[in-house]
Design a protein around this ligand. Structure first.
Ligand SMILES: Cc1ncc(COP(=O)(O)O)c(C=O)c1O
Length: 381
């Protein structure tokens, strides 16, 4: 038997992660910078709220109206936007929000544009639903983000465009003017906009803008996984136009019934934990600074600006013809786990490396030492 979705592409990050864990089981040290997750867990006050809820709250099927209202208030707090809580759909992580958006909005056979390099699940989920991903070649010239000119040039106009700012794997962002220009082209050409805002809250210069500021009918996806450090709790949300909310809610109930109950209690408290979370972002900023200073001294000079998220996407085409082999060898020789760009870009990704720096600054410094020593040994050996 072979289902319609059986041929999905592998995540190389998962393979590197598996090799890294096998190494740890042999008692060898590892620094995990291969997977896109904060090494620190949910904030302390959120964990305490979870402990309390485990004892005092029922753990049956449940959706928190208070959480929907608090998420709506977050749009006022972060972007100065008033949002009806009914427009917030709670989901199983940002992943669940994306599956829902594709299922509700896009017909099989349609074409949907997205950046290459980009988050691979976007491309793979589109394919799984019979939708054709239209990869826009986004290089250093547009800071690895799609431009309004690229969108305007697509003939015929695609059904949708997915934007991810800050981006995974590059961390680069779309500025207000660029978002406004994309929204104007999309509106003129009837292109539905989906904005993956999973990394909002983790920025190192100006804060991120939501696409809702420029296109009130955009579908916005977000998650408690990254800024709130709740990857394993599996909670995210979509903001949808009022007229689509009922369709989203109905389909969400059929796919998942409700999001995890305990995670909703934890998330409600995590939304008040900005002091602790801002300290973590400050640590990512330190790690980013260390890497930006050290990599050029190791001969790695071409990387994306990393305005946000916690990734450095570096061109190592002068060091290897296949960054997956490079990552396996580096892990084997040193215990430093990084990811290949092949997950994010099937054309140029073999030249690139993604370093996830949501670890401690101590680990970042050790990682730089291990990488430097290995590169020197490799050159001379
Ligand atoms: C751009 C982007 N969107 C969505 C997700 C999905 O995350 P989650 O399902 O944990 O919210 C990720 C995870 O790495 C991501 O990088």
């Amino acid at each position: 038997m072979s289902g319609a979705h059986a041929n999905v592409e592998p995540f190389h990050a998962v393979e590197i992660n598996r090799l890294a864990h096998a190494r740890e089981r042999r008692g060898l040290p590892v620094i995990h910078m291969e997977v896109g997750q904060p090494s620190a867990g949910a904030p302390a006050a959120a964990l305490a709220a979870g402990q309390h809820a485990l004892t005092h709250a029922p753990q049956g099927y449940w959706e928190s109206d208070a959480l929907r209202e608090r998420i709506a208030a977050l749009y006022q707090q972060r972007y100065g936007l008033a949002l009806e809580p009914q427009r917030v759909i709670l989901t199983m992580g940002g992943s669940g929000a994306f599956v829902l958006a594709v299922a509700v909005l896009v017909a099989a056979g349609a074409r949907v544009a997205l950046a290459r390099p980009g988050y691979p699940a976007h491309r793979n989920v589109l394919r799984a639903f019979g939708v054709q991903p239209l990869e826009l070649d986004c290089g250093a010239a547009t800071r690895f983000q799609p431009s309004a000119a690229q969108l305007a040039a697509l003939e015929p106009a695609p059904a949708g465009l997915i934007v991810t700012s800050p981006s995974n794997p590059t961390g680069t962002m779309l500025e207000a003017g660029e978002l406004a220009a994309l929204a104007a082209v999309a509106r003129a050409r009837g292109i539905r906009l989906v904005s993956d805002e999973t990394y909002h809250g983790i920025t190192f210069g100006p804060a991120a803008h939501t696409l809702l500021e420029f296109e009130p009918d955009a579908i916005v996806l977000n998650s408690f996984s990254k800024y709130w450090c709740m990857t394993g709790w599996r909670l995210g949300w979509a903001v949808v136009p009022a007229g689509l909310a009922e369709a989203f809610r109905r389909y969400a109930a059929n796919l998942f019934l409700v999001p995890p109950t305990l995670a909703q209690h934890v998330a409600l408290a995590a939304l008040e934990a900005d002091t602790e979370l801002q300290q973590r972002v400050a640590e990512y900023a330190d790690n980013r600074r260390e890497l930006l200073a050290a990599l050029p001294q190791l001969g790695i000079t071409r990387f994306a600006p990393a305005d946000g998220a916690f990734y450095l996407y570096a061109d190592i085409g002068h060091l290897t013809s296949d960054s997956l082999v490079f990552c396996r060898e580096l892990l084997d020789a040193t215990g430093l786990a990084l990811n290949t760009g092949r997950d994010f870009d099937t054309v140029q990704g073999h030249r690139f490396l993604r370093i996830s720096f949501a670890v401690s600054t101590g680990e970042t410094r050790r990682a730089i030492d291990w990488l430097g020593d290995w590169l020197r040994r490799r050159r001379t050996g």
